[in-house]
Every structure is written in C-alpha cells, then in structure tokens.
Write a protein that binds this ligand. Structure first.
Ligand code: FAD
Ligand code: NAD
Length: 402
C-alpha cells in the first residue's frame, strides 16, 4: 500500500508548526508531507504592524521556509491555492492540482469590511509582507509629497486607522514612534501630522481589562494619537472617511482598515459552511462532515465550551492547534484515538510602540511599560525558537529590551 499523503495549505503559524510536529511524529516511511504556500518564505503576521509603520525591516519579519523545514523530508510547493475540492480530495493550485489523503488548511485571514462602501477599494490593510511594506512606502511618500508640494494639502499628513482592536492599537503605537522620525527626515512640523484612530465602540480594545485599556489610551494620547470613540466609519473614500450619524467627513490620504478579519475566502468558495466568515470546527479540529480535513488558525472557530463562545483567533491558539492537529493525523494513520483541543490561555500582551506595551500573563497578572515590552519580546523569541532554534533567535530575535 502506498503511504498516505498529507497536504498542508498555508505556511503561517498553523501550517509551519503542524509541519514541524508531523516531521517529529512521522518517519519518511509513514507518510509523505507536502507544504503549499504562496511564497517561499514564512512571515510573522504578529510583526506586520511594525513592517507597515516602518519600524522594522520587512526581511526581519520573514524566514525562508527551507531554512527551517528540511526540503528533503517535506515537499515545499510555492504556489497559490485557488480552490479545495474536499469531496474529490483534491486542491486546485494556480499552476496545477494536488490530491491528498489528509488536508490541513491554514490559509489565514483576510480583511473583513462588513460591506462598508468603499472600504475594500480604498483602505489599506495589514495583511501580508507585501501589503504591509506597501503601507510603509505609502506613508513615507505622503511625507515626501507634502515636503515637495508648493501648496501641500493638510490631509497628506492625516493617517486614519479604522478600528481600535489589538491590530489598530499596535499599529498606531508604531506610527507614534515612526512619525517623529519621518518629520525629521522630511523637515515637517510634527504638529501638522494627525494619527486618528476611529472606533465604533465607546472604548479602545473593547472587552479588554479596563486598567490596561486606560493605560494604553493614555500612553498613545501622550505620543500624539487622537481617538474618535463611539464613532462608526460609514464609508471610505479615496480621500477620507465618512463617520458617525451626522456623516462627518475626515479627509486623509492614508486610511488603514483594522476593523476586523475573516477566514480566507477560499473556504467559502470551496463550499465549506461558514459561521461569521469562518468554519466552526469539531473539537478534534476537523471540518464538520469531513474526516480527513483539518482547519486551523484564523480559518477556524474553536468553541470555548465554558463560555459557549469561540476563542479569538490568535497566533497563540494557532500554534497550540498545530500540536493537536499533528497528533490527530498521526492517530488517524496509526489507527489510535483522536484528541480534543483545549486552549491553554497564556495571556495577551500588546505592544504600544517603542518601549511601551501592556498586557496580562499567567491568569490575569498585569504588566505595564518596559516589563510588558520585554515579555512581548520573550513571546516573539519563543516562537522563533520553536520554529528554528537558537540560531533563528540570534538572527531575527528581539532579545534586546528595545
Ligand atoms: P497566517 O499566519 O496569517 O498564515 C497564513 C499563510 O497562508 C501565509 O503564509 C499566507 O501567505 C498563506 N496563504 C494565504 N492565502 C494563500 C493561498 N491562496 N495560497 C497559498 N498560500 C496562502 N496573535 C497573537 O497571538 N499575538 C499577537 O501578538 C498578535 N499580533 C498580531 C499583530 C497583527 C498586526 C496581526 C494582523 C495579527 C496579530 N495576531 C496576534 C493574530 C495572529 O497573527 C493570527 O491569529 C495568526 O497569524 C493566525 O495564524 P494562521 O496560521 O492561521 O495564518
Ligand atoms: P478585531 O475584530 O479584534 O477589532 C476590530 C475593531 O474594529 C473592533 O474594536 C470593532 O469595534 C472596530 N470596528 C469594526 N467596524 C468598525 C467601523 N465601521 N467603524 C469603527 N470601528 C469599527 O480585529 P483585529 O484588531 O484585527 O484583531 C484580530 C485578531 O487578532 C483578534 O483575535 C486579536 O485578538 C488578534 N490580535 C492579537 C494581538 C495581540 O495579542 N497582541 C495583536 C493583534 C491582533
């Protein structure tokens, strides 16, 4: 009998860590492993707000897949997934087709625009290395244009960020650090620049710890971030946004949408049933109705049985799902029983730019400022260590406190 073929789609946190775990569990005689990704590199999605603001180099936030996954053991396919055909056990790629015995879908997220007119067309989004590098270049271009124009428009220096979830807050934190540097470089008065973060809820980081929210808001306001809270963005135009019930227009040459995410649209297009944009997976992480398809990371909702609500999609949960997914594929191949996924929440730490950060660890212990920032770096470096050992930490890590 030929050995089973495991195909993994997407080399993000879920795809990379599942591949690593499968390599540890299965010998070359046990199974063939194929990893498909749009690019020949893996990127740290959790660092993309830094790439987008220009506070780190894009190359630091990515790793060649073949540097951390042995290509003699895993076939690495650089191609774009176009459709999954689960009933035929096949995947259509831009340049071919693959069949599989077991499929792992880790294709990540897309921006969710909730049908807001103009948002898909005019807003930028922090979604990949390419899109984040584009935001960085676009921001710098606004400074250059302002500096070189005879009668520059004020809105060239207005940067709107839509949504004050963790992505929006981490991004405005980086912008608060980067803007003074750009002002110096292009001889621009800092007082001319506006960073405006617009949030529909009455607070930033809705649902997060109140003390930490207060701290984050003060820290960001002290560094020049303006918040417009309780203000819904109703429309996005090429030159600004329309907000609130009175339809106020705020002119800006840069609009970055961080108002929400949904699963990669390939899932819906492939016929998987979606709940609020994602697949509600079974407790063993398989897609309902498919015994051979696992769906992980930002493509999946995993239910918290205690609260009856799904866990928020994070890198932390994607990495933990990888362990269970690999164990369950191993179990299916070896005919043993499958595991249920349970989430071990290690806390949430958010960067606020530069030396600033805040968050919770170990069942609610609160961290502020430099100690939170150092913890954030420990979390980032821990992942690099799991991915590529001490060598990768030394090459790309953030072991310095700032
Ligand atoms: P991803 O890591 O996004 O990987 C998806 C992969 O699929 C990518 O490699 C992509 O290139 C590939 N791909 C996509 N489409 C195709 C296709 N059609 N064909 C082939 N390949 C494709 N979570 C935390 O826990 N902590 C944090 O501090 C944190 N910070 C964040 C900061 C930012 C700015 C953002 C945007 C998110 C952050 N998150 C954080 C959330 C976290 O990044 C995601 O939950 C996590 O990346 C999900 O992992 P994933 O493997 O599902 O997808
Ligand atoms: P999110 O859905 O968490 O936040 C989006 C925000 O946009 C919400 O506060 C929402 O009220 C607001 N919003 C939506 N529509 C709006 C409108 N029309 N006008 C104004 N505001 C509007 O999305 P996110 O911040 O991208 O986070 C996605 C996931 O990634 C979450 O699970 C988050 O926890 C995770 N994440 C974690 C970290 C971290 O742990 N440090 C960092 C970034 C992201």
């Amino acid at each position: 009998m030929s050995k089973p073929k495991i195909v993994l789609l997407g080399a993000g946190y879920a795809g990379m860590m599942t591949t690593k775990r499968l390599m540890q569990k299965l010998s070359i005689e046990d199974a063939e492993i194929v990893l498909v990704n749009k690019h020949n590199y893996h990127y740290q999605t959790t660092w993309l707000h830094e790439v987008a603001a220009g506070t780190i180099d894009p190359n630091r936030a990515r790793v060649m897949i073949s540097d951390v996954i042995n290509p003699n053991r895993v076939t690495i396919v650089e191609d774009t997934v176009e459709k999954i055909m689960p009933d035929q056990k096949k995947v259509a790629l831009k340049n071919g087709e693959l069949d599989y015995d077991y499929l792992v879908v880790g294709l990540g997220f897309e921006k969710a625009t909730f049908g807001i007119p103009g948002m898909a067309e005019h807003a930028l989004s922090i979604q990949s290395i390419d899109k984040s590098r584009y935001i960085r270049d676009h921001i710098e271009y606004q400074f250059s244009s302002y500096h070189n124009a005879e009668n520059p428009k004020e809105e060239l220096l207005t940067f709107i960020v839509g949504g004050s979830g963790f992505t929006g807050i981490e991004f405005v934190g980086e912008l608060a650090e980067k803007i003074p540097e750009l002002c110096k470089k292009y001889d621009v008065d800092r007082n001319k620049v506006r960073i405006v973060n617009i949030e529909a809820a009455p607070t930033i980081l809705p649902g997060f710890d109140e003390d930490l929210v207060k701290y984050a808001r003060r820290s960001l306001e002290d560094r020049g971030v303006e918040f417009k809270l309780g203000t819904m963005i109703k429309e996005c135009k090429a030159d600004g946004v329309i907000v609130g019930d009175d339809k106020e227009e705020i002119k800006a040459a840069t609009i970055v949408w961080t108002g929400g995410v949904q699963a990669n649209s390939i899932l819906g297009e492939s016929g998987f049933e979606l709940t609020k944009g994602k697949v509600n997976v079974d407790s063993d992480l398989r897609a309902p109705g498919y015994e051979d398809v696992f769906i992980l990371g930002d493509c999946a909702w995993v239910m918290n049985k205690e609260s009856g609500r799904p866990y928020p999609p994070t890198a932390q949960i994607a990495i933990q799902e990888a362990d269970v997914c690999a164990a369950n594929i191993d179990a299916l191949i070896k005919g043993t029983s499958l595991k249920e996924f349970t989430f071990d929440n290690k806390g949430t730490v958010a960067s606020l730019g530069g030396r600033h950060a805040m968050g919770t660890i170990f069942e609610g212990k609160k961290l502020y400022g430099l100690s939170a920032k150092m913890m954030k770096h420990v979390i980032d470096d821990r992942y690099l260590f799991m991915l590529g050992g001490a060598g990768l930490v030394l090459k790309k890590g953030k072991f310095k406190p700032f």
